[in-house]
Design a protein around this ligand. Structure first.
Ligand SMILES: [Zn+2]
Ligand SMILES: [Zn+2]
Ligand SMILES: [Zn+2]
Length: 338
């Protein structure tokens, strides 16, 4: 069962996907459905003895190319629509114990090329208006499989948070003739207190208005709307700064750092979006080494975040740990055989 139900009060779609309840939940390491199929072993999702990076359709998709007919009837107030779209799983490596953080820069760059390709392929589909690349990492954010992987959703509509960003960006562009995100980025670079790591082409920073204690944005200095605009130099520098940021995250509390990583890019809805500036957002659920930040009444119920930490202090903490510069990320990568 899977369908879209309209939420008339919030004016947005809710995806129902009841079959997801049967998903594999934290299987033992030797019974991982995302590992390569070992000779004589049980068949996994990947019928190969080894692989580099693999993309396949989620076995338990919330959205699909040929969705089932909705199981309920909608009404004028609450329309129902088939859950059309795509749900893909991206396996970063055949090594079960690897992670985006520990991978060589070269492999992270390959992953970025895969994201770019999938954006192009899914973006060309008639039924896809938005390509959403993301990763949930750690049991704290509900990950049910430890094998290093991320996901890509192809939505048949523009999701609500991106919709809000688009509206704000459009209004700013109409009023000032400039990109809202470019203006935020140059303010961050001029101030400097919240910058975490700088590459030639990419910058990681905690935004002035951060909602989570260690929230980080990772964005290209150049005004780019979509992954399909990435040059090879963009991809390579992204891999270095992304790796540097994740190594810093793990160094912060000296343990694997859980996070949600999402990429906001321009919609592929057949209209051009010169107002939109691509960026990654990281929402880590930790506020200290042992305390989780929960979305409680104020956040979940009123939509207003309360951040218990100053963005300036969190950024200073992140600057102090792990690699101090993009050059240091490159050197460490080269010396470990990356
Ligand atoms: Zn595995
Ligand atoms: Zn911009
Ligand atoms: Zn965003």
């Amino acid at each position: 069962m899977s369908e879209l139900r309209w939420h008339p009060l919030l004016s947005q779609w809710v995806i129902t996907a009841t079959h997801r309840q049967e998903r594999t939940f934290l299987p033992p390491d030797d019974y991982c459905p995302l590992c390569p199929t070992r000779p004589g072993g049980f068949p996994t999702e990947v019928p190969a003895e080894d692989y580099d990076i693999v993309v396949f359709e989620n076995k338990f998709p919330s959205l699909q190319a040929v969705p089932p007919e909705p199981a309920v009837l909608g009404s004028e107030l609450t329309p129902v629509s088939p859950a059309r779209g795509a749900c893909e799983v991206v396996l970063y490596s055949s090594d079960h114990r690897s992670s985006l953080t520990t991978m060589p820069v070269r492999r992270i760059a390959n992953l970025a090329r895969v994201w770019r390709d999938r954006t192009r392929v899914l973006g060309a589909r008639e039924d896809v208006d938005y390509v959403f690349v993301f990763e949930n990492k750690g049991e704290a954010v509900g990950v049910t499989l430890h094998h290093p992987h991320g996901q890509i959703y192809g939505f048949s509509f523009v999701p609500p948070i991106v919709q809000k960003e688009l509206e704000a960006s459009r209004a700013h562009r109409e009023r000032h003739g400039r990109c809202l995100f470019c203006d935020c980025l140059s303010a961050e670079l001029a101030d400097g207190r919240r910058v975490v790591l700088e590459g030639e082409r990419w910058v990681a920073f905690i935004p002035f208005f951060a909602r989570y204690p260690y929230e980080v944005y990772l964005a290209p200095r150049a005004h780019q709307g979509s992954m399909v605009e990435w040059s090879e130099a963009d991809v390579e520098d992204l891999a270095v700064v992304l790796k540097g940021l994740l190594v810093k995250y793990d160094a912060l509390f000296d343990k694997p750092f859980p996070y949600l990583m999402v990429c906001h890019q321009a919609p592929v809805d057949g209209v051009s979006h010169p107002e939109f500036h691509l960026h990654f957002e990281f929402y880590p659920p930790l506020r200290t080494a042992t305390k989780l930040k929960y979305l409680a009444g104020c956040e979940a119920g009123a939509g207003n975040f309360i951040n218990d930490k100053l963005a300036e202090e969190s950024a200073a903490e992140l600057r102090r740990v792990g690699p101090r510069s993009a050059a240091e990320v490159r050197r460490a990568d080269a010396s470990s055989g990356g």
